[in-house]
Design a protein. Structure first.
Length: 287
């Protein structure tokens, strides 16, 4: 039987740089996930409550203090220790770094598919090395990824281009995106979806509206093409204060459904069953 998928909310704006709002996202995504506007069917053909075993663990008690990183890493490690696959609901994008620390302890360095308008590779942003504009710099410095493929990028400045080169990031800019252009992965695969990777016309509820993005169809088709074992995923940066008719929350819920269907179809070997304990992590970077 496929492993259970565990949803975990990470309500925080601790490293948002421009607007607050992402901390309010998890509850709004959950509401759309169970709303009668739709049904539990994924486009893969499987259904939540049938083939897809989805459990909602609620939110972690984050308080926007530095210790939140430890709570996130331990919360994800707890899910992994139960042989489940975590899907995290942000929160700002800074959460991906402490999540990946737990994922890498369980699985070693993973492949990452990252959907975003922004590369989030700043060494530091606004004086904050843990900024939501910096998580992938920390992840790459710490060797948590063996491969990082970013899709939908359309804000590359000189610094972030240099960072992408330094870390060997594979960038598929929005201007170069074509159906089928995302490479195949060896896995295990972690998927991080920043909702501002979508065009603002289908995802207005984000803090950083960046025209020229991916369509909902583009991203669903990217996920449908994946056939690699999935170790975990996150959906981040929904800002409900900016949303219109909950359409971005609805899109986030659809992403959760498709990610859960994908992880059910191609589950990574549960680390608890793998019997391969890995050494503890070094102290966290970015403080
Ligand atoms: Mn972004």
């Amino acid at each position: 039987m496929s492993p259970p998928i565990h949803l975990i909310g990470l309500p925080t704006d601790i490293h948002s740089s421009f607007l607050r709002g992402a901390a309010k996202a998890p509850v709004r995504i959950r509401a759309q996930l169970v709303s009668d506007h739709s049904n539990p069917a994924s486009e893969r053909g499987t259904e939540i409550g049938a083939e897809i075993r989805l459990t909602d663990r609620g939110d972690l008690p984050l308080v926007e203090a530095p210790d939140d990183d430890r709570l996130i890493t331990e919360g994800i490690a707890e899910i992994l220790s139960q042989g489940a696959i975590p899907i995290a609901l942000g929160g700002d994008h800074s959460v991906t770094y402490p999540i990946l620390r737990a994922i890498a302890v369980a699985h070693g360095p993973v492949d990452i598919l990252h959907i975003d308008a922004h590369p989030d590779l700043y060494d530091s942003y606004g004086g904050d090395r843990r900024s939501h504009a910096s998580p992938f710099a920390r992840i790459m410095e710490e060797g948590l990824a063996k491969r990082l493929v970013q899709v939908g990028i359309r804000t590359l400045n000189r610094h972030c281009r240099e960072q992408a080169e330094r870390f060997g990031v594979e960038t598929i800019e929005a201007r170069h995106f074509r159906p089928g252009c995302v490479p195949a992965f060896a896995g295990p695969l972690y998927i991080s979806i920043d909702l501002d990777g979508f065009d603002p016309s289908c995802a207005p509820g984000v803090s950083h509206l960046e025209p020229g993005g991916l369509t909902a169809r583009d991203v669903i088709d990217i996920l449908l093409a994946v056939d690699t074992p999935v170790a975990g995923a996150d959906v981040v940066e929904l800002n409900p204060d900016r949303d219109l008719n909950d359409m971005t929350a609805m899109l986030a819920a659809k992403m959760v459904k498709e990610l859960a269907a994908l992880a059910t179809a191609f589950p990574v070997v549960a680390p608890a069953a793998a019997g391969d304990p890995r050494p503890p992590l070094p102290p966290a970077g970015g403080d």
